[in-house]
Design a protein around this ligand. Structure first.
Ligand SMILES: Cc1cc2nc3c(=O)[nH]c(=O)nc-3n(C[C@H](O)[C@H](O)[C@H](O)COP(=O)(O)OP(=O)(O)OC[C@H]3O[C@@H](n4cnc5c(N)ncnc54)[C@H](O)[C@@H]3O)c2cc1C
Length: 403
């Protein structure tokens, strides 16, 4: 019988993989020597990302006593430009903008200080299950594990090894770091521009700090929807920058992809789980850092219990995820995404403008603040009235107007 080297191999040392390792160690300290994180790069390693992390993500780390000290730009609110008008809510500290090269490095160091083994510079090439476990093939040799978690991001090798495709929601993203301009939104705001209804995505302007300099990270997110005409990201971003007198050619262009979560897609197999962007994050905005950190927490609770029983079937992982606040959040975002970038876009925009409490609640949610009951009630009521008034546009159309 083959002896497994580890109980668990975590592939990928980004926020999802490191959060999983940290939470798992918190729940089951004795697994310290039985878990390893395999990371293909060496820290500090770059990850293209605008770096806006909502308070609810970092609250997950705070629950296990982890605080990441890195330079960052504080965020106190969110503003959104829509075709019909502007929305803004700034309730105070809601999160911050970090540089992933620094953030992930600091997170990895905390994990190592707590005794988690991270094999840096180890790229996973593939995996194979057999009766006793999983054979993980790396560029530095083979490792055997009782179970494997794929936290290896959008290009996940683990996902490919499970025979899964790219997934339903796929986005292209292009970002640049630029100087500040006089037309920029207030520095404490995370700004989104969704003012072009023909475009399946948005532009952003986030404050950022690069090597001590206050810059603005700006970018474009485009959801790839089959059948829609592709748009050139560089052309789109160049035009967006021109509005404030910037030239795209003056900045380093950082292009990457993202995967959104779709509840019907498999994210497990016996002895294997996918978390973070390997499984899918928010398809509407591409927000994924908080989700990755929370995935780690949810998976750690699940795995701590299953590993104690040596139960590696993982058949109930979809239920465990679905019944967590993260699972509910992502199911809702999946449903809204299909409608917002579909027939009900104008309805949602109108609803947010008519019920700004709903937008404020969204900002509170991003921040991890408690959601105010009265605001929920008032937003629900206004939305219900709007849904009735605009029933030809509403996503509830089939129920409101059955004829
Ligand atoms: C341009 C852009 C801007 C973004 N802006 C934001 C933002 O402002 N806020 C936000 O919340 N989200 C943002 N996101 C999304 C966010 O970056 C991701 O969702 C998040 O990083 C997912 O975390 P993860 O741990 O699942 O994966 P990753 O962060 O991708 O980490 C995966 C890790 O696995 C390693 N790895 C990959 N393959 C292998 C392998 N074969 N073997 C070993 N290791 C491997 C990688 O090196 C990496 O360290 C943005 C994404 C892009 C592309």
């Amino acid at each position: 019988m083959a002896r497994n080297d580890h109980d668990l191999v975590i592939v990928g040392g980004g926020p999802a993989g490191l959060s999983l390792a940290l939470h798992l160690l918190h729940w089951t300290p004795r697994i310290r020597t039985r878990v390893v994180v395999l990371e293909k790069a060496r820290y500090p390693r770059e990850k293209y990302c605008a770096g806006a992390v909502g308070g609810r993500g970092e609250a997950s780390l705070a629950r296990i006593g982890v605080q990441i000290r890195v330079p960052s730009a504080p965020a106190h609110g969110i503003s959104v430009r829509l075709p019909q008008g502007e929305l803004a809510a700034s309730p105070g500290a809601i999160g911050r903008v970090v540089r992933r090269i620094e953030y992930d490095h600091a997170l990895a160091r905390v994990a190592q200080e707590r005794g988690i083994k991270i094999e840096e510079g180890t790229r996973v090439l593939g995996l194979q299950r057999d009766a006793e476990g999983v054979r993980v093939e790396t560029d530095r040799g083979e490792i055997r594990a009782s179970a494997v978690v794929g936290a290896d991001g959008v290009g996940s090798v683990v996902r490919k090894g499970m025979g899964l495709g790219r997934g339903l929601w796929h986005a292209q993203v292009l970002e640049v770091d630029t100087p500040r301009t006089a037309q920029d939104p207030p520095r404490s705001m995370l700004h989104f521009d969704l003012s072009d209804p023909r475009f399946d995505g948005y532009f952003w302007d986030f404050p950022t700090v690069v090597e001590g300099e206050e810059l603005v990270c700006r970018g474009v997110y485009r959801l790839v929807i089959p059948g829609r005409k592709p748009q050139d990201l560089e052309e789109l971003l160049a035009r967006y920058l021109e509005r404030v007198g910037l030239d795209l050619r003056d900045s380093k262009k950082k292009r990457y992809a993202e995967r959104g979560f779709a509840p019907q897609e498999p994210c497990w197999a016996p002895r294997i789980l996918l978390i973070g962007e390997a499984a899918g994050v928010d398809p509407i905005t591409g927000e994924g850092i908080a989700q990755a950190l929370l995935y780690g927490e949810v998976a750690a609770k699940f795995l701590a219990e299953r590993m104690a029983r040596r139960d590696f079937s993982f058949v109930d992982w979809p239920d465990a995820l679905a019944s967590s606040p993260l699972g509910l959040d992502m199911r809702i975002r999946h449903e809204i995404c299909a409608r917002y970038f579909g027939p009900a876009r104008a309805f949602y925009e109108e609803a947010f403008l008519e019920a700004p409490e709903a937008f404020s609640l969204g900002v509170d949610y991003f921040a991890g603040r408690p959601l105010r009951r009265l605001a929920q009630l008032s937003a629900g009521l206004r939305m219900a009235i709007l849904a009735w008034r605009r029933r030809s546009l509403s996503p509830l159309r089939p129920w409101l107007n059955p004829a």
